[in-house]
Design a binder for this molecule. Sequence first.
Ligand SMILES: [Zn+2]
Length: 564
Amino acid sequence: MAASDWTSHFVRIKDGDTGFEKNIEFDERKYLLRPYNTGSRKTLFMTSRQTEKSTTLGNKLMALSGMRANYTSLFVTPSAMQTTVFSRTRIDDIVEISPLLKGQAVPRGAQGAVGTWNLLEKQFLNGSRIYLRYAFLNADRIRGLSGNAVFCDEIQDLLQDVMPVIEETVSHHERPVHVYSGTPKSFDNTIEHYWSNASTQSEWCIPCEHHGTPGEPGSWHWNVLGPQNLGLNGPICDRCGNPINPEHPQAQWVEMNPGAEFEGFRICRLMVPWYLKNPEKWQEILDAHRRYPTAQFMNEVMALSFDSGTKPLTRMEVIRACDSKYTMDEAQVANLRQSAELYAGIDWGTGEGAYTVFTVGGYVRGDTAFQILYSKRFDGHLVDPDPQMAEIHRLIRLFRIKLIGADYGMGFFPNKKLTQVYGPKRVHQFQYAARAPGKVIYKPKMHRYICFRTPLMSDIFNAIKDMKIRLPKWEVYQKPYASDMLSIRSEYSDTMKMIKYDKPRGLTDDTFHSILYTVLASFFDHVRPDIIAPIQENSDMARQAKAEEWAMEHLDDPLYYPAY
Ligand SMILES: [Zn+2]
C-alpha cells in the first residue's frame, strides 16, 4: 500500500472553506504523490508558508506508524511551541476526526488504556510510537532516544550543531528514515545546507505547449515556478505569457541534482490548489509580491533561498589567505620590524556594536604579498578611551610603526591626540564616502583623505582572494578578526544604483576596515596599482560624486551645521 493510499483511506481533514470533514484528495495535489510515496529514505521539503507542509509531515508520520508494527519515530522542531502546536493540530485533532485512525491509536484518557498518548508521546495499538521533542540551542531532550525514523520541521531554525545529535537517534537502525522540512531563508542556514549540498533539488516542472511540436513533450517549454510566472489571474509561462496549469497531466518532478543523498522537493504557493483556483487567494500572492520585502517574498511565497546580501568573501578564501608562519606573537612582530617597515590601521569604535581594532602589516615576506601581522580588538576595560589610547601608544612604540592610517568617522579626538604625539606626517585620516571622484583623494582643507567606500572595499576583498594580502595563522586570527571579514554582505542598492557592503545587525566588521586603513597607510611607501587601481569615471558618476563631495566639504561648516 502506498502512503498516499493509506492517507486517503485513514486520514480525514477539515476543509478550510466549509469546515466539513473529508478525506484528502490527491487528484488535485498530484505534486504530493511522489513526496508521500517515494522509496527514498531521506526526503527534504523546502516549502513556502501555507502549502500544507505540516499536514504532509503529520500524515507521513502517521502512515509510517500505521503501516508498520513497532515502528518508532522522533519528531523535532526548534521550539516547544512549534512542537506543541504540531502535536495537537496535526496529530491529536486529525486522529479525533478520523475514525479509522482513531481505531489504531491508543485510547486517550480511557480506563485501561494500553499505552501512552500525550503531548510528547503517542502510541499505536500496533506497537508503533511517535516521540515529539524540540531542540534549539542544544539537543539535551533528544539524547538517548532511539528510533527508526526522524522528522525535523522548521529546520531552517535548527542550529547546524544539533543535527548530528538528532541523526544519532536513528543511526543504530538498519534502514533509518529521515524527513526534513522547512522554509528557506538566507543562503547560510541548515535548510539551505541540506538543499544545496545534499538534495536532488527536485522542481515541479510545468509545460507550455505553445512551444515546440504538439505531442512532443521534449520540445515544449518547461516552467520552474518563480516570480517570473506570476500572471494577473494565475500562473503564466515565463516565455510567452500564456496561462500554464500546474495540474497539467504531464507536469512532473525533475531532479536538478540527480543522485543526491536526500530527495528534495521545492513546494511553492503557486502550485497549491486553493491558491491556484481561488481568484482572491491568487490576489493575495500578488499583494505579497508588492508589499513584502524581496527576501521575505522569495522565502515565504516562492520557497526560494534569498539573502538580502551575499558574501563577498568565503570562509575558504579567508582560510587560504592565512599563513601559519605568522602567529600574532608580539615578540615575533617586533622582531620582523628589524627587516621591514611596519604600518598600522585603526578603525575606531565605541565598544557598542563596533570595536576599535588596531592592525599591523608590512612587506615582510619573501614574495610581493602584503602581510597582516597583528590585530587587536579593544574590548573589556580597553573600551575606555584612556586605557585604550595608552595601549595603542604601547603597540606603536613596540612595533616602531612607520605610518598610521586611521578612520575619520568616529576618530576625531583620538586622531588629534595621535597626531600631536607622532606628527601629521605619520598619522593619516581616511574618511569613507558613498561617492567620490576617485578611490582616494586628498583634501588639504580637510586634512584628510576621502575614500570611495564600495570600490575600495572591493579591491581589498579581491586582494585577499588573490592572496596579495595575507593574514595571520587561521587558528589565532579566526575569532574575532577573520569572522569580522566574513560578516560583510554585498547587495545591490536600488537607491544608489550600485553595490553596497553592509553587515547584519549584531555582527562586527571592524577588523576588515582596520586592514583597509593599514594597506592605505602602506601606500605612502609602496603604491600597488594591482591592489587598488585608479577608476574611470563616467559623466553620471562624476556628477553624483561632485554633489557628494560638496556635501562632505560642508559637513563641518558651521554655516550649514551649527556647532553642537
Ligand atoms: Zn509558453
